[in-house]
Write a protein that binds this ligand. Sequence first.
Ligand SMILES: Cc1ncc(COP(=O)(O)O)c(C=O)c1O
Length: 397
Amino acid sequence: MKYDFDKCIDRRNTASFKWDWCNLIFGTDDIIPMSIADMDICVPPQVVDALKQRIEHPVLGYTVKTDKFYQAVQNWMQKRHNWQIEDSYILSTPGIVPAINFAVFALTNPGDGILIQPPVYHPFFDAIELNDRKLLINNLKAKSSKTSGKSYYEIDFEDFEQKAKQAKLFILCSPHNPVGRVWTKEELQKIGNICKKHNVYVLSDEIHNDLVFKPTKHIPFSSIKEFSDISITCMAPSKTFNVAGLCTSIMIIPNPEIKKALEDIMMKSGIFMMNIFGMNALETCYNECEDWLEQLLVYLDSNRQFVYDYFEKNLPEFTLADSESTFLIWIDFNSLKMEHNELEEFLVKKAKVGLDTGIKYGELGRGFMRLNFGCSRKMLEEALNRINTAVKELKKR
Ligand SMILES: Cc1ncc(COP(=O)(O)O)c(C=O)c1O
């Protein structure tokens, strides 16, 4: 391998949310945190070089989007996602969570229904509830695979259509965090047909779009012709290249009316500039780091397989979701028969690992935890050993 993903990197005292807020989140520093969705993996060296080169110029004034920026996004979408987009579709945003909130303001009014599919990324709930919109829930259904022993999440389309009738906006998580599904063309088509029939806009959060394991293939929602006029696709280099701290993301909006509505809302919020380092890193990631991503995917895939094999061999009583993408695995710990807060305490105090608590993802997350395997194999193995030892100790009692 050209790049060393095995390197263990100490992130403490770097203002890392995951490492420097352990005490605040878990009440102790004495754990391996596997919670927040960034990776304990160094960014591509090309990005480090590009940022160093930029800082050689000692003026960091207001920044505009360059042709190079637009081209980098367009080339990447064409090359990796087979979607030809125009400059005019692209809006930059300081993050995808802000983009979701902008879409809520631009496309709905207080009291309007917004549909989501729990268990799902928790800021989706906030974007609806904190902005006085009506939360509509279409729970995903877990199907248990008899052959692999894993759970595979699917959409209950009958319920989806019932809820869509009351909705103005649907926030799709594609690929899905935390269950790891990559939605098929057929599923996206069904979603789109229902949303179109009931005049529902779709915001597709595709932040995990590049981290998809073969042979599965990600399809950008707005790239499906029939649905390009009702939708927004959000993406970013944040997860793909581990640059979330640069707060630089993209909205792709083929429909000019929807784009104008978003631009107006962003203007009202005073958000139109780009971060110079974020733009620089984005261009470098998309123009120069595809080989790094290809190797990262091999590494992440082997970590994913390691987690599955480890649980099957040592902890078969827990069911893991069949994660087709991301560096996250959704784990059902309900066989421990603990209350959710007891489970949290057990993992922190006895196993000394900090997993992301499932309850944040909705009621279906009770008894579940999300494990982040975007780290060195050594750290991953240590964390799994800790969980295994704690569970074995518990059983002895
Ligand atoms: C599905 C999803 N959307 C958005 C985000 C965060 O996006 P941003 O940091 O760009 O606001 C995350 C981070 O974990 C995520 O998993």
